[in-house]
Every structure is written in structure tokens, then in C-alpha cells.
Design a protein around this ligand. Sequence first.
Ligand code: HEM
Length: 205
Amino acid sequence: MQEMFLGGSETSSTSIEWALAELIRNPETMMKAKKEISSVVGSNKKFEESDIDKLSYLQAVIKETLRLHPPLPFLIPRRATQDTNFMGYLIPKNTQVFVNVWAIGRDEQYWEEPLVFKPERFLGSKIDYKGQHFEFLPFGAGRRICPGLPLGQRVMHFMLGSLLHEFDWELEFSANPNTIDMTEVIGSVMRKREPLKVVPKKCLV
Ligand code: HEM
């Protein structure tokens, strides 16, 4: 039970905070996401879990957030069970191995303009986070892949979708979206050093 709570709470909440920060820095992307949600869900209805499958742009926003800000940037450490030759490198038995999915998600060999937040790159693309596409592994891969993936993905889509559907989000006072501090710090997960401070304005009738 403890592992489920530890694994399942900050990973999802920090991802939603990163997503909101990226959307506020990219107003056009925010507008597209809100427009898609209001056309699918409608303005006089609550966001429901069953809406998620119809929201391909929202799905792309979540993927793009996890590409740039994977909550567990080194996954869970592995240990080599035997001497292994990997791409010409000898990894001796018992070596502890960290997989840097943060760096893989920003590798320009695999991603065009890797530092730009561009959910469109996932539209019409087969790349998913289920552990089959090695350039994008926010939930890990193989036998240790995150067991909370189905729940985590639902929670993220449902929460972000509801927040965008019901509220417009503004920065405090006259703060400028371009000056949002996007510095990352590593703790139990990789989170924003400065928590995002935003003001919700109710927009659903
Ligand atoms: C944004 C949501 C989440 C992300 C990005 C995420 C990511 C990850 C990653 C990268 C791993 C390590 C996988 C590996 O090393 O291959 C992991 C493991 C784990 N996750 Fe998640 N997770 C999320 C949500 C959840 C949720 C909702 C739960 C449970 C309710 C959960 C429970 C766990 C547990 C128990 C492990 C350890 C599995 C093991 O030791 O084999 N996670 N997660």
C-alpha cells in the first residue's frame, strides 16, 4: 500500500504542474487544448473519464510534458546480473545502471527541436509511453515498468482536462509567462524548484 501511495501521488501531481506551466508559457497550445476540450465535452457538462479517448490534443500535451519532464528521470536503478556487452561497452556483473530517460527525451538524434514544447509532434505518431519506444520511456520499460501506468495516465488526463475545462489560468499580478522559473530539482521526483503560482478564473457556466 505504501509503495502505491509513494509511487502514485507526487509523480502525477508534479506532471500536472509541469503541464500547466508549459501551457501558460505557450498560450497558443493552451488555446488549442481548451478549444478541443470545449468542443468534445461541451460547456455545460463536467469533464468525464470517458472523454479522454476523444481528446487527442490533450493526450499529446501529456506526452510532451512527460518527454521534457519525466518525474523519475533515471527510472529505478538496475543491476547487471552478468557481464554484459552493450553497444561496445563492457558492463561488469553487479554494476548499478541508471537509464537517463530525461536526456533521451531531449536527444536531438530522436527529436526535432528537442527543447521546444510542441505537442503536435505526437499527433498522428505511433510513439507511446508503454515501454515499446525506447526514445520515450517516462514510465520505464520491461518487467519493472510502472505498474501504476493505467491509473497514472487516467489521473493525469482527467485532472488536467478538468482544470482546463473549468478554469482559465492566469499568472499572479503582472507576471510574465516568459519569466516562469522552469528550474528542476531532484527529490523523490523531479519537480519545479519554484512552485507554479496561478490564479484560476471560473469559465464553465
Ligand atoms: C505520472 C504518473 C507516473 C509516472 C510518470 C510513473 C513513473 C514510474 C517509473 C519511471 C517507474 C520505474 C519503472 C522502471 O524503472 O522501468 C515507476 C515505478 C513504480 N510506480 Fe509509477 N509512475 C506514475 C504513476 C504511478 C501510480 C499512479 C502508481 C500506483 C498507484 C505507481 C506505482 C509505482 C510502483 C509501485 C513502482 C515500482 C515498481 C517496481 O518496483 O517494480 N506509479 N513509476
